[in-house]
Design a protein around this ligand. Structure first.
Ligand code: ZN
Length: 213
């Protein structure tokens, strides 16, 4: 974990936004159109354990992930390939460092950060997937372990993995962003709802991630 916390870096990002003409001249630009990184002015300030709340930040930039390889929520090889493709294509180019954790940890204060599952249990009728925090992290706005569950049978798509992984690192829908955007605003990249047809993270989400982690 870095010494400089996410709040300070995000303040720096806002300052940079106000100085775009100057900063462009020196090769630095803040491309974000909205702050959609938890917490925003439109969310709670603390992380909640249950689903149905705005998703909170992962606890640091080193993101360890696991894909269920047996049992009720097992990912088939095709789904595993999709998860890896979306992480490689969208998240590895950010400041987050993703590592596969073949020996996942489910207890203690350093649990595996993201657990990917395939299944529909607990999903509302209109939802293709959901993300929820299972264990709080060190700070009130952080989570130590997030679960991602996405339906199978062709619904485990690159765009949905991009969307739910975004939630697992704290990215919000448009209605929870500051300023508020329509949930279908294309500038939200794969955080558009629904994410079909929007497979890529995009500049706004990338800027928010890099300013936070
Ligand atoms: Zn969502």
């Amino acid at each position: 974990m870095r010494a400089r916390g996410p709040q300070r870096r995000r303040v720096a990002g806002v300052v940079a936004m106000a100085l775009v003409p100057l900063t462009v001249a020196v090769g630095v630009a803040w491309a974000a159109v909205t702050d959609n990184m938890f917490p925003t002015l439109a969310t709670s300030v603390t992380c909640w354990l249950e689903s149905g709340h705005p998703p909170c930040q992962t606890d640091n930039r080193e993101v360890y992930f696991y894909m269920d390889s047996s049992g009720e929520y097992e990912l088939e090889s095709e789904d595993r390939a999709t998860v890896n493709a979306a992480i490689d294509g969208e998240y590895r180019p950010t400041d987050l460092a993703f590592h596969y954790d073949s020996s996942p940890v489910f207890e203690g204060d350093a649990e595996t950060d993201i657990i990917y599952q395939e299944g529909s249990t607990g999903l509302s009728d209109g939802a293709a997937g959901m993300t929820w925090c299972n264990a709080l992290g060190g700070k009130p706005y952080k989570c130590d372990q997030q679960y991602i569950r996405i339906r199978g049978n062709g619904d485990y798509t690159y765009a949905r993995v991009c969307h739910e992984t975004g939630h697992a690192v704290g990215l919000q829908h448009g209605k929870y962003s500051t300023p508020v955007l329509d949930n279908t605003d294309g500038r939200l990249g794969c955080l558009v709802t629904p994410s079909d047809g929007h497979p890529h993270l995009g500049a706004n989400n990338r800027e928010n991630i890099n300013a936070t982690y």
